[in-house]
Write a protein that binds this ligand. Structure first.
Ligand code: ATP
Length: 238
């Protein structure tokens, strides 16, 4: 579904990603893991069209999309749940969801998806008229995911969905992601919560200082000595 080849993105003189290649097959969950500053967010923002790559290609469902504007990429079927969620704090839950569908022109379908989101995320139904900014971190993450789903993406990009959330909430978020994937949406997730991200992944990549240094099935990476030592060795996410 998504193929990235030799992608590089810089901020001025700073090379944040340096020629990475990865693949996200249709129907799968792929995790990109790495420490702070490894280049995970830069990768996601480049795929979503918020940053322009220096070089390399991004092919989504057979079309080259690098350099496209973000709204065109959303329209093509690729939605990003950004790091930090970016909930519209002064808008209600329902209005936030409507924003996710802003490019769609099928009111009946939007209504149907709105109700589907309310069923998938009961907390959003309960809090339908509450302002986004007054929701808890976990609730905002659910809202951010639901809002992205309102564009009916074929591929959902999730940038550190577990960030800043309590362990029980993190586990709920990962359950939701698995469920979304079972319902037919392909997922690319970047995470510092390596254990959870690899547990749900069909395939994973390890990013270090802007380069892919290791890849394999989620299970093989979880059992890899290098991954264990660098990311699971009794540290906070282990
Ligand atoms: P984190 O988990 O901390 O968000 P990350 O893996 O997502 O880390 P990026 O945010 O992609 O990493 O950052 C990769 C590199 O690019 C880092 O060295 C970072 O300092 C640098 N960088 C990120 N954003 C900018 C920016 N706007 N201007 C300059 N350098 C940046």
């Amino acid at each position: 579904m998504l193929t990235i080849q030799n992608l590089s993105t810089s901020y001025g003189q700073i090379k944040a990603i340096k020629g990475i290649s990865l693949e996200v097959p249709a129907g799968k969950i792929v995790s990109l893991i790495g420490a702070n500053g490894a280049g995970k967010t830069t990768t996601m923002r480049t795929i979503a069209g918020q940053l322009s790559p220096q070089s390399g290609t991004i092919t989504f469902q057979g079309q080259r999309i690098e350099g496209w504007k973000p709204h065109k990429i959303v329209k093509a079927g690729l939605a990003l749940v950004p790091e930090g969620r970016a909930i519209l704090g002064k808008m209600t839950v329902q209005e936030n969801l409507e924003m996710g569908a802003f490019q769609r022109k099928d009111p009946a379908g939007i209504k149907e998806d709105m109700e589907k989101m309310m069923t998938w995320f009961p907390i959003l139904k309960e809090r339908r008229n509450q302002l986004g900014g007054t929701m808890s971190g976990g609730q905002q993450q659910m809202l951010a995911i639901a809002r992205a789903l309102m564009s009916r993406p074929k591929l959902l990009l999730l940038d550190e969905p577990s960030m800043g959330l309590a362990p029980l909430v993190v586990s709920d978020i990962f359950k939701v992601i698995t469920q979304i994937n079972r319902e037919g949406t392909t997922v690319l997730i970047v995470e510092q919560n390596v254990k959870q991200a690899l547990k749900i992944a069909d395939y994973g990549y390890v990013l270090e200082a802007g380069k892919i240094v290791l890849e394999g099935t989620g299970e093989s990476l979880l059992n890899d000595e290098r991954v264990k030592e660098a990311y699971l060795g009794g540290r906070k996410h282990a």
